[in-house]
Design a protein around this ligand. Structure first.
Ligand SMILES: C[S@@+](CC[C@H](N)C(=O)[O-])C[C@H]1O[C@@H](n2cnc3c(N)ncnc32)[C@H](O)[C@@H]1O
Length: 338
């Protein structure tokens, strides 16, 4: 297990401007292990790449661009809720430790912090947690310029299996925005909520954003934007896999496919082969054949009903929760107290 406690110096020219603190808990994966995980997904009948490989520095930038698209309503409506959230829920902010899972860019936490008076801000510790180190460094850098928080400590970790490594001090508010929980299968969402239940103490709370079931056209438009940014984001996963597992995918051999699956209330993202392709592996011997029309499944994005929110809260062991939503009821922010 790697546990790097980094003091990163941000410099412009020769001048050291400031130092930020980042903890990196991602284990040094044996490259063979990562290759096996990726290749077993590509060898199956329905080919599959885990969405965690979307987020290299390029993928993270593209995701940020998606969140600014007109068609991509989830970010807009979630931000609408977050902008007035602290008037809707009662929370003791003094000495709070905010732990944001899958934090990405800092724009959403900024909306919350903007609502907190300065005399309380300097009692608050903030811990953004993400699998992408570049995003964490950027986020800590931006926030330390903007807010007089007591401390900001970036944490690079995988929220699927490293929740037990997160800060355990004081009262904590866990934030999980962007309907990232919707990227899990229901089984994985259950596991995640049960793991969270184990690490949370009485008095801790969770703020979790969930995209709701709605008109299919609105949902499908959000994942098929006219500028092709979501397509570029989806295709970029092949470049990440080439770098990570030594494959030789050519993203021009594939096209972006995103559609709503009504049985599972879920947007499925795939990459569809435009021609028969044969992918070489690092070892130079094996190949993976993908026929024209065959797809690689890259992401699920589940949409939620109020019954499912209730179920998630039950898995998390939350008996008290409040659901805040936007004017159209498109998105829910659940505030759940342990
Ligand atoms: C859907 S984006 C949401 C980003 C941001 N929270 C928002 O609401 O716009 C998912 C975020 O989770 C991060 N992520 C994905 N898989 C992860 C994992 N297994 N562990 C930690 N972070 C992960 C990505 O790097 C990305 O920043």
């Amino acid at each position: 297990m790697r546990q790097e406690f980094l003091k990163i110096q941000i410099t412009y020219g020769n001048d050291m401007i400031k130092e930020i603190t980042v903890r990196n808990y991602l284990p040094y994966m044996d490259p063979g292990q990562t290759d096996d995980e990726i290749l077993s997904g590509l060898k199956g009948k329905q080919k599959y790449i885990s969405p965690k490989y979307f987020y290299d520095a390029v993928g993270s930038e593209l995701f940020e661009e998606i969140t600014r698209l007109e068609e991509y309503y989830p970010t807009r409506v979630e931000k609408e809720i977050l902008s007035g959230l602290l008037d809707m829920i009662r929370i003791n902010l003094r000495n709070l430790n905010i732990v944001e899972l899958g934090s990405g860019d800092p724009s959403k936490i900024t909306l919350l912090l903007n609502q907190i008076p300065e005399r309380l801000l300097n009692t608050i510790n903030y811990f953004p947690v993400d699998i992408c180190e570049a995003e964490i460094i950027k986020s800590v850098d931006i926030l330390s310029e903007s807010f007089p928080l007591q401390t900001i400590t970036g944490i690079v970790a995988d929220f699927n299996y490293q929740l037990h490594l997160l800060p355990q001090q004081g009262t904590r508010m866990f934030c999980f925005f962007g309907s990232t929980i919707g990227n899990f299968t229901m089984k994985d969402a259950e596991n995640f909520m049960r793991q969270l239940a184990k690490i949370m103490n009485p008095g801790d709370c969770l703020l979790i954003g969930m995209d709701m079931v709605k008109d299919i056209d609105i949902i499908e438009r959000a994942y098929n934007d006219s500028r092709g940014i979501t397509a570029a984001f989806n295709l970029n996963i092949l470049n990440v896999i080439n770098k990570t597992a030594g494959t030789d995918f050519d993203s021009r051999d594939f096209e972006h496919l995103a559609f709503f699956n009504p049985q599972r209330n879920c947007i499925e993202m795939h990459l569809k082969a435009l021609r028969d392709v044969e992918i070489s592996l690092k070892n130079g011997f094996d190949t993976i054949k993908i026929s024209k029309g065959q797809t690689i499944h890259t992401e699920n994005s589940h949409k939620f009903s109020y019954d499912q929110i209730k179920q998630l809260c039950a898995w998390g062991g939350f008996s008290r929760y409040t659901i805040c939503h936007d004017r159209k009821g498109w998105f829910s922010m659940v505030y759940a107290l342990k």
